[in-house]
Design a protein around this ligand. Structure first.
Ligand code: FAD
Ligand code: 2HG
Ligand code: ZN
Length: 466
């Protein structure tokens, strides 16, 4: 319980306008975006400068007040939801401080929306490759803190691979400035990586230097019908062999996802004339202005000859490509009207994805007859969103009571393939207990020791991750 006197002391740091206590204004900041959690807080602070973040943490540390950092609140593990703590919203720290095109580096504050970073890079004739469905509302601070993956990780890696430096306000209010633009800097421990993926449990990221890349001169997008995940893997192999570093996306989509999107999405059309059990959304990017359409078509023809492609369409223009991506990005929302959905954000070695999907599909249907596996995701990274929708007409609440039992089954299969129970959405509140079951015990001890060193009073996002 935070006293009204303490609330006033916090409020005086940012000014009353930016100290939010009104229930209606707080409401959207208290729900996890899939509706898994309903949080509560007496106060949300919206600092406008790094100095204000510093002052907030100093006071929080001194008074042992829990602080939950929040960016766009699009996270999928409940990490940004407070349970009595105060929210520290970073969205007013929204400046792009510098673009150094020659160094391929962009310095952004934590609250900058990802799409705004992408746009700023493009204006400087560069690419910032991180891309995900929530890019219009998630923030750079959130992306770093969750080490977001997205649809271009196959070539460019996860957010961790896209960061050169960070500025962090530590739990005691000190500012750690490792905001450098250097690719090479071996002066001791690389501390930025400690904060990337730490989900707000070690400090507040206030700014980051992000890596830029040459802006592609041509992008080809194809939607491919394939008979099975194994066939999709064969296609991936062929693409890697013939188009190497040009494969910027390779997204696997089960037919049921397309059906949900057709039923509940906005402006979605079935991209191919016939139905196929599986699809792949492929993107090739290159610096050649004339494009790689001929190469892509040749690869797709070879795939057909070899029997691992059933049909394909290559987007003829930007509108067609955008329509394919729009459908892909609606896959999360269009599952919602189908009732309860039990989620698994797993990764396994790429070569094990077909076996994982087959085994997990069989196991969940055995566990809950009539349940509907809805697998899709980043096959090129071995990362499948193995979501399972309730049997049609079943009682949603009753189905959702089986969340843990189903998680155990699916995660057990992922672990059998030496996989991960959280490929890209993080641990947050959702997977905190599960973490202790799957993580090496010594690794857990090291994590706890780091937490204790950096946050001895346990004020940073308490109850999350560890
Ligand atoms: P929040 O949700 O606000 O916060 C996430 C976590 O980071 C919390 O623990 C929070 O406390 C912490 N945090 C936030 N800002 C800071 C900061 N400045 N300093 C310290 N800690 C901080 N994720 C993927 O990885 N890949 C995808 O393809 C993907 N697609 C998505 C599609 C949709 C439609 C949606 C809704 C979400 C998707 N996500 C995906 C999940 C989500 O968008 C990402 O996790 C994103 O990085 C979260 O950013 P945010 O600003 O919304 O963070
Ligand atoms: C995606 O890849 C996101 O679209 C969301 O990571 C996955 O809805 C999901 O489970
Ligand atoms: Zn994803």
């Amino acid at each position: 319980m935070i006293s009204s006197d303490l609330i006033s002391r916090f409020a005086s740091i940012v000014g009353d306008k930016y100290a939010v206590t009104d229930a209606q204004a707080l409401a959207p900041h208290l729900v996890e975006q899939r509706g898994l959690y309903q949080g509560n807080t007496p106060l949300m602070l919206r600092p406008g400068s790094v100095a204000e973040v510093q002052a907030i943490l100093k006071l929080a540390n001194e008074t042992k007040t829990g602080v939950v950092p929040q960016g766009g609140n699009t996270g999928m593990s409940g990490g940004a939801i407070p349970f009595g703590e105060i929210i520290l919203a970073l969205t007013r720290l929204d400046k792009i401080r510098e673009i150094d095109a020659a160094s391929n580096a962009l310095t952004a504050e934590a609250g900058v929306i990802l799409a705004n970073v992408q746009d700023a890079a493009e204006k400087a004739d560069r690419l910032f490759p991180l891309s995900l469905g929530a890019e219009g509302s998630c923030t750079i601070g959130g992306n770093l803190s969750t080490n977001a993956g997205g649809t271009s990780a196959i070539l460019h890696g996860t957010t961790r691979d896209l960061v050169l430096g960070v500025e962090v306000v530590l739990a005691d209010g000190r500012i750690m400035n490792v905001l450098n633009k250097l690719k090479k800097d071996n002066t001791g421990y690389d501390l930025k990586h400690l904060f990337v993926g730490s989900e707000g449990t070690l400090g507040i990221i206030t700014a980051a230097v992000l890596k830029l890349f040459p802006r592609p001169r041509s992008v080809e997008t194809a939607f491919v019908g394939v008979p099975s995940p194994r066939a999709a893997l064969d296609l991936l192999g062929l693409l890697q062999e013939r188009a190497g570093g040009m494969v910027t996306s390779f997204e696997l989509i089960a037919r049921i996802c397309v059906e949900f999107a057709l039923r509940h999405g906005n402006g979605v059309r079935d991209p191919l004339a016939e139905q196929h059990p599986w699809y792949v959304l492929v993107e090739l990017s290159s610096q050649l202005p004339q494009g790689n359409r001929a190469l892509l078509e040749e690869i797709l023809e070879t795939g057909m000859e070899r029997g691992f492609i059933s049909d394909a369409m290559v987007a003829a223009n930007l509108d067609q490509a955008n329509a394919l991506w729009s459908m892909r990005h609606q896959l999360t929302d269009t599952q919602k009207p189908e009732g309860g959905s039990i989620k698994h954000d797993v990764s396994v070695p790429v070569s094990s994805v077909p076996d994982f999907i087959a085994e997990a599909s069989e196991a969940v249907v055995k566990l809950v007859p009539g349940s509907r596996p809805v697998p899709f995701g980043h096959l090129g990274d071995g990362n499948i969103h193995f979501n399972v929708s309730q049997p049609p007409g079943a009682d949603k609440a009753k189905y959702m009571e089986g969340w843990h039992a189903m998680n155990d089954v699916v995660h057990g299969i992922a672990m059998k393939y030496h996989g991960s129970i959280s490929a890209e959405h993080g641990i947050g509140k959702l997977k905190r207990e599960m973490l202790t079951k799957v993580k090496d015990p010594v690794a857990l001890e090291v994590m706890r020791a780091l937490k204790k060193t950096l946050d001895p009073n346990g004020i940073m996002n308490p109850g999350k991750v560890l």
